[in-house]
Ligand binder design. Structure first.
Ligand code: DAH
Length: 331
C-alpha cells in the first residue's frame, strides 16, 4: 500500500478510537510487529520508500501518543466527576453500648473505697448455711434461715441473701487489720414489686483494726454518701438490730425530692433509708479467731439498685431488670 494512504487510514482510525482499548487495537493494527507498515519496512530496498515509510511510522506514533493523552485525560475527568467521594459527608455512626446502670454504680462505689485504701474482694453467690447464718451470729430460729426467705440449693447450700458472709471469708483468710468491700448479687424469695426483686446487688464493707470506733463508721459512710449523692444530702443514723453488729445502725439520708420537708417519696418523714451498718459483734470477731479485746470494727451492707433508684428518681426496681433498651439508654 502506498505509505501516504496507509498513514491517512491509520490517523483516521486513531482519531476515531473512543477508548484506550480501542486505541490500543489501532496501535497494534498499524504499528504492531505484523502490521503492514512494519512488514513493508522490513522489505524496503530503496531509500525513498524507506523515508516515506519511516515518516508515516513517526506520524502514526505521535498520533497514538497524543490520542492516548487525550483519552487518559478524558477518563480521569470522567472518574473525578462520577466516582467522587465526599469525605466531608457525615459517616454512619455504629451504635455503641455502655455499662448497665447498676454496674456503673458498682464501679463508682468500688472507686470510692479504693480511694480510701480498701481492698475489693470477691464473694460467693452460693454459700453454706454455716457462712450465711452461723458465722454471722444468727440464732437457730432466725427468720432468714427459712426456705420461705432464702433459696436453698441443697441441704446446707444456699444462694446468699446478703453479701455479709464475705466478711467472714476475708477475716478467716488473714489477720487484722482488714479494710475491704465486696460487691455482688444476692437472692431472696421476694415477690417482685416496685421496690423488691428476687435478685439484687449489695455492697458489703468491713473495717477491722485497733481502735476502730463508731466515729469511723459515721465518717466513712458520710464520705460515701457525699460522693454518691452530693454534699447537700444530710445523713442520720438510727438504732436498729442486726445479729452480726452491736450496736446496729440504720443509715438515712435527707429526702432527694423534698430535702427533708416531707413528701410521698419519703412517706412524709423527710428521710430515706439507705442501708444497714454497725460495730462488728464481738461474737463474729471471736468466730474467725480475732481477739475483740485487741481489735474492733465496723461493717455495712447497702443495696446498689436502691442507690441507682434514689440517684435517678426511678419509679420501679423492675425496670433495672427488664432489658428494655429505651430505658437503659438513658443512663
Ligand atoms: N446484711 C444486711 C442486710 O442484708 C445489711 C447489713 C447490715 C450488712 C449491717 C452489714 C451490717 O455488714 O453491718 O440487710
Amino acid at each position: 500500500m502506498d505509505p501516504h494512504a496507509l498513514r491517512q487510514q491509520a490517523l483516521g482510525a486513531i482519531a476515531s478510537a473512543a477508548t484506550l482499548p480501542e486505541l490500543d487495537d489501532a496501535r497494534v493494527r498499524y504499528l504492531g510487529r505484523k502490521s503492514e507498515l512494519k512488514l513493508a519496512l522490513r522489505e524496503v530496498r530503496d531509500r525513498e520508500t524507506g523515508m516515506a515509510l519511516n515518516a508515516a511510522r513517526e506520524a502514526i506514533e505521535s498520533a497514538v501518543d497524543a490520542r492516548e493523552k487525550q483519552l487518559a485525560r478524558a477518563e480521569l475527568d470522567r472518574s473525578i466527576a462520577e466516582d467522587r467521594v465526599d469525605v466531608t459527608l457525615p459517616g454512619t455512626a455504629h451504635p455503641r453500648g455502655h455499662l448497665h446502670l447498676v454496674t456503673q454504680v458498682r464501679r463508682e462505689v468500688e472507686d470510692i473505697f479504693l480511694g480510701m485504701g480498701y481492698a475489693i474482694v470477691d464473694g460467693r453467690e452460693v454459700e453454706t448455711t454455716h457462712y450465711l447464718f452461723d458465722a454471722l451470729n444468727m440464732a437457730p430460729n432466725h427468720v432468714t434461715r427459712s426456705p420461705l426467705h432464702t433459696f436453698y440449693v441443697g441441704e446446707d447450700a444456699v444462694l446468699r441473701s446478703e453479701t455479709s458472709p464475705s466478711q467472714i471469708h476475708t477475716m478467716e483468710s488473714k489477720p487484722p487489720p482488714v479494710y475491704m468491700v465486696s460487691l455482688g448479687r444476692c437472692y431472696r424469695r421476694d415477690t417482685p414489686d416496685t421496690t423488691h426483686y428476687p435478685i439484687f446487688h449489695q455492697v458489703e464493707g468491713l473495717a477491722v483494726d485497733r481502735g476502730i470506733t463508731l466515729a469511723d463508721l459515721k465518717g466513712t459512710l458520710r464520705t460515701l454518701l457525699r460522693q454518691l449523692f452530693g454534699a447537700e444530702r444530710e445523713a442520720k443514723f438510727i438504732t436498729h438490730f442486726f445479729p452480726f453488729t452491736e450496736p446496729s445502725l440504720e443509715v438515712l439520708v435527707s429526702c432527694f425530692q423534698c430535702d427533708g420537708d416531707g413528701c410521698a417519696m419519703c412517706r412524709h418523714s423527710g428521710w430515706i433509708e439507705i442501708g444497714g451498718s454497725g460495730m462488728v459483734d464481738p461474737n463474729v470477731l471471736r468466730f474467725v479467731g480475732y481477739d475483740p479485746e485487741e481489735v474492733s470494727g465496723f461493717a455495712f451492707g447497702w443495696g446498689l439498685e436502691r442507690m441507682a433508684i434514689l440517684r435517678h428518681g426511678l419509679p420501679d426496681i423492675r425496670d433495672l431488670w427488664a432489658d428494655d433498651l429505651r430505658f437503659l439508654r438513658q443512663f
